[in-house]
Design a protein around this ligand. Structure first.
Ligand code: ADP
Ligand code: MG
Length: 530
């Protein structure tokens, strides 16, 4: 029995009212298992994936245990980042809505410490904080820890990934021993077990089995791609599915920055988030994403963990994650709160073995899909136009236009011919609009959208390899190597794609320049059939 009704738990009517209002129908498995154990006074390690309701799993028993008459901090929850602290804080605020006289406060870096101290002085029973700021308050003596009954480490694995181990130990050591200590984490690396032995009391391990974790409402597919093709496949899929919000995961910070720049250079509304950004920068990017100011967020694993943004329609695994666990975390970012979502994974060569492991782990097949063709994309556009037309027919007064068409029909054209001609014309305008920049500058060079394809009259015969092309162009022009697109080197010549906006600069500067001691000729390529 993994899921039960909240009223089957021994919890107060204030909390029952709150969860009812939050729309929770039944407990999640981690809640079913953890809440009674914590209420019985056990220390626990709770393991469950992101998005499985861990906050309420510890939040409910803590709120039940707080003595509202005691105005000192009685529980401290440590979270790895400010976003997560705020999220936990918001969830606890909702859960405690009908528990009058319980006050909660998030404390994190970047917010005025003076304001936090003032709030603390008023009396706060539950503190949600990042390790750095909590230690700061400890050093200043502005946080009274004598009454702490509960110490919760949330997303422990992320905190460890972020290098918080020493801070965590400092805090664990300083808080009275007769407290309860709760760890929550999606994965349990060895360090957590060590911390548990040292700082927990007889702790119970509550684990939610993997098979309960996959979210059935996510459609999972993979695409076999070539390495140099990933970006093209990504942009095609985005064009085809046109998601309002999507997430693109890469395995390294460098790749995240690169893909983001390449998307931006092609006119997509994207931004990047990873552990190399400071907290303010990350907040800024997250807010833009949450508010739909950017549509595509490119991210590493760590940066996006635990972040609860609704309505993400597609998660792209641009790189297959190294760890099978991460696959579940990543795709769990879509299909939240019962929405359906899609997860698309790009497979290059031997990645297929990793994919097999993942399928075994999630006990579900990930289905192969063909890379969409330009025809597929046209098909989607036509459907959009058809829908718009139907709306027109339903809503608008077509009176005088109907007369015009009747004139044409009198001239021996059929209604179908007329409609098809108008549709064709609309499609052509649509395509022309898209290719406008390239066309006006270079004509169609056969490059992907937003790029121009250049021909260089040197190739393998001249010992030229991609790194020489990237080196020469990025060395001589203002274009960064990251933004250089597909490079195809043949025996006697080479094609390279660069962003349209840089096309003229590259042509002007590289003309008669040298690559590997060869004076080159460079010109816009002729289109080829795709
Ligand atoms: P985790 O900490 O495991 O990543 P959260 O506690 O952030 O997960 O919960 C993820 C989302 O699920 C939140 O929006 C939360 O309000 C919601 N949620 C939590 N418990 C339930 C439940 N029993 N039923 C429905 N939604 C829930
Ligand atoms: Mg959480």
């Amino acid at each position: 029995m993994q899921k039960i009704k909240f009223n089957e738990l021994n919890i107060s009517k204030e909390i029952l009212m709150a969860v009812e209002e939050m729309g929770f129908e039944e407990t999640t498995p981690i809640q079913t298992n953890a809440i009674p154990k914590i209420m019985d006074g056990n220390d626990i390690i709770g393991q469950a994936q992101t998005g499985t309701g861990k906050t309420a799993a510890f939040g409910i028993p803590i709120l039940e245990a707080i003595n509202p008459k005691n105005k000192n901090p009685q529980a401290i929850i440590l979270c790895p980042t400010r976003e997560l602290a705020i999220q936990v804080s918001e969830e606890l605020k909702k859960l405690s809505k009908y528990k009058n006289n319980i006050s909660t406060l998030p404390v994190y870096g970047g917010q005025s410490i003076g304001r936090q101290i003032k709030a603390l002085k008023k009396g706060v029973q539950v503190i949600i904080g990042t390790p750095g700021r909590v230690m700061d308050h400890m050093r200043r003596g502005t946080l009274n820890l004598k009454h702490i009954d509960f110490l919760i480490l949330d997303e422990v694995d992320v905190m460890l990934d972020m290098g918080f181990i020493d801070d965590i130990e400092t805090i664990l050591k300083d808080i009275p021993k007769n407290r309860k200590t709760l760890f929550f984490s999606a994965t349990i690396p060895h360090t957590i077990r060590r911390l548990s032995k040292k700082y927990q009391n007889n702790s119970k391990f509550v684990k939610v089995a993997h098979e309960k974790l996959t979210v059935p409402s996510i459609e999972q597919y993979y695409f076999e791609v070539r390495k140099g093709n990933k970006l093209k496949v990504l942009t095609r899929l985005i064009d085809l599915y046109n998601p309002e919000l999507s997430l693109v995961f890469c395995n390294t910070r460098k790749e995240v920055d690169r893909v983001n720049m390449q998307l931006q250079a092609r006119g997509y509304s994207s931004d990047a988030i990873h552990g190399g950004l400071n907290q303010n920068q990350r907040d800024h990017v997250m807010n833009k994403f949450k508010n739909g100011i950017i549509e595509i967020l490119v991210s590493t694993n760590v940066a996006a963990r635990g972040i609860d943004v609704e309505n993400i329609e597609i998660v792209f695994n641009y790189d297959v994650p190294f760890d099978t666990d991460y696959y579940v975390h990543r795709i769990g970012r879509t299909g939240r709160a019962g929405n359906t979502g899609k997860a698309f994974t790009f497979i290059v060569g031997k990645d297929i073995y990793k994919l097999k492991d993942i399928q075994k782990y999630i006990k579900k097949n990930i289905i192969r899909k063909n890379i969409p063709t330009l025809d597929d994309i046209e098909q989607v556009k036509i459907e959009q136009i058809q829908n718009e037309l139907m709306d027109y027919i339903d809503q608008k007064h077509l009176g005088k236009y109907i007369n015009y068409i009747e004139n044409l029909i009198d001239n021996d054209y059929t209604a179908i011919e007329i409609a098809a001609a108008l549709l064709k014309q609309t499609m052509e305008k649509e395509n022309a609009e898209e290719k406008k920049i390239e066309r006006t500058n270079f004509g169609d060079t056969g490059a992907e959208a937003g790029m121009v394809r250049l021909f260089i009259n040197k190739g393998k015969r001249d010992n030229i390899s991609p790194k020489h092309i990237v080196g020469a162009i990025s060395g001589e022009t203002s274009l960064s190597g990251d933004l250089i697109g597909v490079i195809d080197i043949y025996e006697n010549f080479t094609f390279v794609e660069v962003p349209s906006a840089s096309g003229h600069e590259v042509l002007n500067i590289m003309k008669n320049n040298q690559i590997r001691g060869n004076t080159i000729n460079i010109e816009p390529a002729k289109p080829k059939a795709v």
